[in-house]
Design a protein around this ligand. Structure first.
Ligand code: AGP
Length: 606
């Protein structure tokens, strides 16, 4: 879900439509907006594509200069017009858009119904405008602060009233909300990629803060009404960067941007001799005091964490635990001041990951974040932040974020190993030399894209597929499996190659394509014997291995050869053909590649 607001000198409707469009990758089963004009609020909402909403608002010429907008990914209440935001009170004097979950909405709704309020939707959000209506005392700012004392849960909300149409009031708890002050007015958005390009001055609302926007400025307070001074962020993304640059889809563009993203993420962090992570303020003594590393993330970020786990243990000799964020919080993790917790999140707003970060801090751990968004919640709440400089990742299927997150994990693992003296200078030098070559080797892979297109057409009608590998290849297999599933809707499962024979191989027939990864040289023979077991069951095996591994290439039905690199850096190259495979299979199946069904770019609800 995404919220957007504007107040200023320009016509609000086209600005709101564009803001909703830019937020659309956060969830888009329904959209809506509200503006103030001729003494009243005008509300339009619709399910489905944004063009439905545009048709509704274009039926009338608006000249309003203030409004709010919303794009929804349903949590409470099915996608329909009534459940779309903005929600209004009984008389239509107050409109609210909201991203998050009101956890005590049922008791609030029961009380409001008993007080005579009329509800129109099934949503949790609708309690907010009715609470404002109930408590309105002539001042929107104090009223919003008053109702929030009764609300439990997470929210980024914006309220508009026809009684005070010269202001927008916004509040934040857990879910991101940024404020931009531009020449033509002030903007509010769930993330700043939705803000028009000519506004660069950005403020980030912190938890339990209120922003009051008028067309000549913005003030911030806490929930008690105390004024807050805010840091001004200079944001250097502009809208042109977010366009597709001639690619058919954002996903393809972002796959091809990886060499540049990898180069940018290394920028300033390597000398010939060592890794330099100025943004991680850990002394060798502090690093020596860690007896454990805990890695926490979701989805693709979690798969990047899997690579990090192997490399931190192998190079820095620190035991590593890795958890899916939504599980971490509820397993009573043994975390304390001797634990270094690493959270990975492209958006920096994933609710489960943010909650895990807060739990780790509560337990006394040092937290390092790896994220792609400057000013994101994760970046501001961690003790240290290693930014991936991948640029905006718009496609819901994460690609360049994954490879740059692996790069950041490699840098962190080396940084820890350097401090602990657990890795030779010669080996560090070799890894750094190889790291610098990776972007060009990644570019080499694109020259074989026709091979991937051919493999994609051979598996596009499969009912299910398996991705298998050993060691780091098994970790990458999990990412390859997710990529294919979430874009093509073909069921895929990643398996440790040595584990298949313990049951799952019963599913393998001549109609089951298997993608077998073999880049870990010390495990070549074992993986080859697993492939032979699969071939004995008539499976169609597609191998991905390094140039020169002919014995493997001859054992499989199709083989894709990667430029050689050292074992530990292989995941960054191995995943690229898997990303391309997912893209072309999804394309062949006529799917919405950039916006697969049921998915959003950042899961900001638990
Ligand atoms: C990746 O392709 C998925 N869209 C999804 O798994 C994503 O990686 C996950 O939701 C985590 O997002 P984050 O990195 O923004 O926290």
């Amino acid at each position: 879900m995404g919220v957007f607001g504007y107040i200023g000198k320009k016509n609000a409707v086209p600005i709101l439509i564009e803001g909703i469009k830019q937020l659309g990758f956060q969830g888009f089963d329904s959209t809506g907006l509200a503006v103030f004009e001729e003494g009243r609020l005008w509300v339009a909402k619709s399910t489905g594509k944004l063009t439905e909403l545009e048709n509704k608002v274009n039926a009338r010429t608006f000249n309003s200069t203030v409004g709010i907008g919303h794009t929804r990914w349903a949590t409470h209440g099915r996608p329909c017009d009534e459940n779309a935001h903005p929600h209004i009170d009984c008389r239509g004097d107050f409109a609210v858009v909201h991203n998050g979950i009101i956890e005590n909405y049922l008791e609030l709704k029961e009380w409001l119904l008993a007080e005579g309020h009329i509800f129109r939707s099934e949503t949790d959000t609708e309690v907010l405008p009715h609470l404002i209506e109930h408590y309105y005392d002539g001042d929107m700012d104090t009223t919003v602060r008053k109702i929030l004392q009764k609300v439990e849960g997470s929210y980024a909300l914006i309220a508009l009233s026809c009684k005070e149409p010269d202001m927008l009031v916004a509040a934040r708890k857990s879910n991101s909300l940024v404020v931009c002050q531009g020449e033509e007015g002030c903007y509010l958005a769930s993330n700043f990629s939705a803000i028009p390009e000519h506004t660069k001055n950005t403020y980030v609302l912190e938890d339990e803060e209120i922003a009051i926007l008028t067309d000549n400025g913005v003030n911030f307070t806490d929930f008690q009404g105390e004024a807050k001074d805010k840091i001004l962020y200079e944001v250097n993304w502009d809208a042109s960067v977010v366009e597709k640059d001639g690619y058919d889809h954002f996903m393809l563009k972002e796959i091809y941007e990886q060499p540049k993203a990898l180069r940018d993420t290394l920028g300033g962090r390597l000398t010939e001799e060592k890794v330099v992570l100025r943004e991680v303020a850990l002394t060798p003594e502090q690093i020596a005091s860690f007896n454990k590393v805990a890695i926490v993330a979701c989805g693709t970020a979690y798969h990047a964490g899997l690579i990090g786990r192997t490399l931190i243990e192998r190079w820095a000799k620190i035991p590593v635990e890795i958890d899916i964020a939504s599980e971490f919080r509820y397993r009573s993790p043994l975390i304390d001041e001797h634990t270094l917790t690493v959270v990975l999140s492209q958006s920096g707003e994933t609710a489960d990951t943010l909650a895990a970060l807060r739990e780790a801090k509560r337990l006394g751990a040092r937290v390092v974040a790896i994220t792609n968004v400057v000013g994101s919640s994760v970046s501001r709440e961690a003790h240290d932040v290693i930014y991936t400089w991948a640029g905006p990742e718009i496609a819901i299927a994460s690609t360049k974020a994954y490879t740059t997150q692996i790069e950041a994990m490699i840098l962190l693992a080396l940084f820890l190993a350097q401090a602990k003296g657990t890795i030779s200078q010669e080996w560090i030098r070799e890894i750094i030399t190889e790291l610098k070559k990776l972007p060009d080797k990644a570019s080499e892979i694109f020259k074989q894209v026709s091979k991937i297109q051919q493999i994609a057409s051979s598996i596009k009608d499969s009912a299910c597929t398996f991705f298998v590998g050993r060691g780091l290849d098994w970790s990458v297999a999990q990412e390859g499996s997710l990529k294919l599933k979430e874009t093509s809707y073909i069921h895929a499962e990643a398996y440790a190659a040595g584990e298949l024979k313990h049951g799952t191989i019963a599913l393998v027939t001549e109609c089951t394509p298997i993608i077998a990864l073999a880049t870990q040289r010390d495990l070549y023979d074992k993986t080859l014997s697993n492939v032979n077991e699969l071939k004995a069951r008539e499976a169609q095996v597609i191998g991905i291995t390094f140039e020169g591994n002919e014995s493997f290439g001859q054992a499989v039905d199709e083989v894709f050869y990667l430029p050689e690199t050292i074992n530990e850096l292989a995941p960054i190259l191995t995943v690229i053909p898997l990303q391309l495979l997912a893209y072309y299979v999804s394309l062949a199946r006529g799917n919405d590649v950039d916006r697969p069904r049921n998915l959003v770019k950042s899961v900001t609800v638990e």
